[in-house]
Design a protein around this ligand. Sequence first.
Ligand SMILES: Nc1nc2c(ncn2[C@@H]2O[C@H](COP(=O)(O)OP(=O)(O)OP(=O)(O)O)[C@@H](O)[C@H]2O)c(=O)[nH]1
Ligand SMILES: [Mg+2]
Length: 294
Amino acid sequence: MNQEFRAGFVSIVGKPNVGKSTLMNKLLGEKLSIISPKPQTTRQQVKGILTNESRQIVFLDTPGFLKARYELHRKMQEYLQRSLKDSDLIIFITDAHKFPTDYDNQLCEMLNKIKIPKIAILNKIDLVEEDVAKEKMKQLSLLDFEKVILLSALNQDKFDDLLTLITDYLPFHPPFYSPDDISDLPMRFFVQEIIREQIFLKYRDEIPYASTVVVEQYKDFPNKVEISANIWLERKSQKPILLGKNGEKIKAVRTASEKEIHKILSKRTKVELWIKIKPNWRKKKNALKEFGYS
Ligand SMILES: Nc1nc2c(ncn2[C@@H]2O[C@H](COP(=O)(O)OP(=O)(O)OP(=O)(O)O)[C@@H](O)[C@H]2O)c(=O)[nH]1
Ligand SMILES: [Mg+2]
């Protein structure tokens, strides 16, 4: 074993919609975490593993920290806290266009209490003028961060400096995962997330938040995959919205999901979607457990 090998965990935290998942995917060079223009897209901890001959970085993409209005939110907070506890480094990410929000201030206050090294990223610099970005960088520099970095996760493709910086914070340790692993999550999880992403992208306010996806069947054949999934809603009245006129909208979710899954697996993909109702599932501990938020 290489004595110089470094391995550790890096949490990516920040307000919903600042670009945490976008950044993690870009760093990994793989689309692991789902992304949408809506806040609260990520609900669980998504682990992304990046290994080369000298280091293994395990990124933890987290749900944005928020006030718990639902039991689901409490669960999301639990995932965030769990990620932080295990980290060797915390990456705080914020939106250059909006920083500093009350949210940023509260989160920074919370992070201050955690004695783990932290770096800050001012993301979406493509949306602000250079002098504004510099001014905000200055403000961030006054806080408890070892380093402040400006970037555009969406438009940038090279992150070598950032990866080198991150690696410096990792302890000397043998790899936690096999070098071939990019996540510890099963394909079922990614299928569920791909379908959920399509729901986030294709519907307006209510449906994305009132729905969750559970993969009931995942049949993997040598040349094709057959998936059956339930989409759970909170109320009967949401069903016609999800279906759309003549079922057109749900069909669009299905075909787009098939396309995305096909991109990953490179085999014929068939997805079946079933709509189910569990009244107020977001508020119920048992339902959350049943739907995989454990
Ligand atoms: N203009 C611009 N948009 C970006 C940038 N990075 C991310 N976005 C967009 O911001 C939106 C939110 O991105 P996500 O990566 O889903 O944000 P998140 O922080 O993971 O959000 P939650 O999972 O909801 O907490 C998406 O529409 C992204 O395309 C950037 O550098 N510039
Ligand atoms: Mg996210």
